[in-house]
Design a protein around this ligand. Structure first.
Ligand code: SF4
Ligand code: SF4
Length: 314
């Protein structure tokens, strides 16, 4: 264990990440999960000395790969640390070297070898109309692939609004009959919606799975409560500042201060459950509402239909 940890910290240092910065990140993951600070060393252990690396089969269906990009472009944890240190990725179309028949063979081999043991991450919606003929990979429909692979997993994590609720593919008139994983296959995944989702919530879900041996507590839409338990509005700094009256003082009148809240610009924060105000993006740099753009409700079911027009108040 000590040897593994020493090697891990040496590797981090060679990448310019200090032990202090790493512990800060572990504190952030622990806080995101809603755990007490006593869990920080345990979370650090998941990264520094993983007892077991769950095998992962990462499926792509109808999507833009923005959720994979969100994970691959997160600065820390470095994608190779996340992918290779705490997970054993057996199949991922975007990052694996194999292509064509070899890739198909890899998928079959991984599902057979790790049946009931692997974590299945799904990115993208599944076409279901006319037996799913409107979405295919390697001659097989998304629906066939999902029905074969998803039920054999020990845990299923659907990432992004497409895999969770159908995303833009499922927007009216939805000619391909696109659906999220639970509606298409009948298996309830851990849903991490967003457009794209926030990679910290995947890290939190995986750390929770490794630490506790089970998926985190979920809401009625299958979303982890640690990330989707509160509305954007309830956590929004524009609201709390306004309520504190700071901006009435700063802007000179209540009318001017009201402009600070983006509700009149169409902000869907009061109807949207997500942890963007706390987790933020780009290593905690900022998030849309703080940067001046209203929330468009990307973590809610059917947001392309239900939250549009985006720039009109609810
Ligand atoms: S900007 Fe949006 S989330 Fe923030 S207080 Fe206004 S309506 Fe609520
Ligand atoms: S602020 Fe709203 S629209 Fe923006 S990423 Fe968060 S949930 Fe999605």
């Amino acid at each position: 264990m000590e040897k593994e940890q020493k090697e891990f910290y040496e590797k981090l240092e060679s990448k310019g990440v200090s032990r202090r910065a790493f512990m800060k990140y572990c504190t952030f993951v622990t806080t995101t999960l809603g755990l007490s600070s006593s869990f920080v060393p345990k979370v650090a252990e998941v990264f520094a000395a993983p007892k077991k690396r769950p095998p992962v089969v990462w499926l792509h269906f109808g999507e833009c790969t923005g959720c994979s990009e969100a994970m691959l472009r997160s600065t820390y944890p470095y994608p190779d640390d996340l992918v290779l240190e705490i997970l054993s990725v057996e199949y991922h179309e975007t990052i694996m070297a194999a292509a064509g028949q070899q890739a198909e063979d890899n998928l079959h081999a991984a599902v057979k070898k790790y049946k009931d043991k692997f974590v299945c991450v799904v990115e993208g919606a599944i076409a279901t109309k006319d037996n799913g003929i409107y979405g295919r990979i390697g001659g097989r429909t998304f629906l066939e692939i999902a029905r074969e692979v998803v039920p054999k997993a020990a845990a299923v994590i659907a990432i992004g609004n497409c895999a969770t609720f159908g995303g833009i593919q499922a927007a009216k008139p939805n000619p391909g009959g696109y659906k999220g994983v639970s509606d298409a296959v009948g298996v309830q995944p851990v849903n991490l919606p967003g457009c794209p989702y926030n990679p910290i919530n995947l890290v939190g879900t995986v750390v929770n799975y490794i630490l506790m041996g089970k998926v985190p507590a979920l809401d009625a839409y299958g979303r982890p409560l640690f990330a989707y338990g509160k509305t954007i509005h309830d956590q929004c700094p524009r609201r709390s500042h306004f309520e504190l009256g700071e901006f009435v003082t700063e802007f000179g009148s209540e009318e001017a201060a009201l402009g600070y809240c983006l509700y009149e610009m169409g902000c869907k924060g009061p109807e949207t459950y997500n942890n963007c105000p706390v987790a933020k993006y780009n290593d905690g740099t900022n998030w849309p509402v703080e940067a001046g753009h209203p929330c468009i409700g990307c973590s809610e079911p059917g947001f392309w239909d239900n939250m549009t027009p985006f720039f009109e108040p609810l």
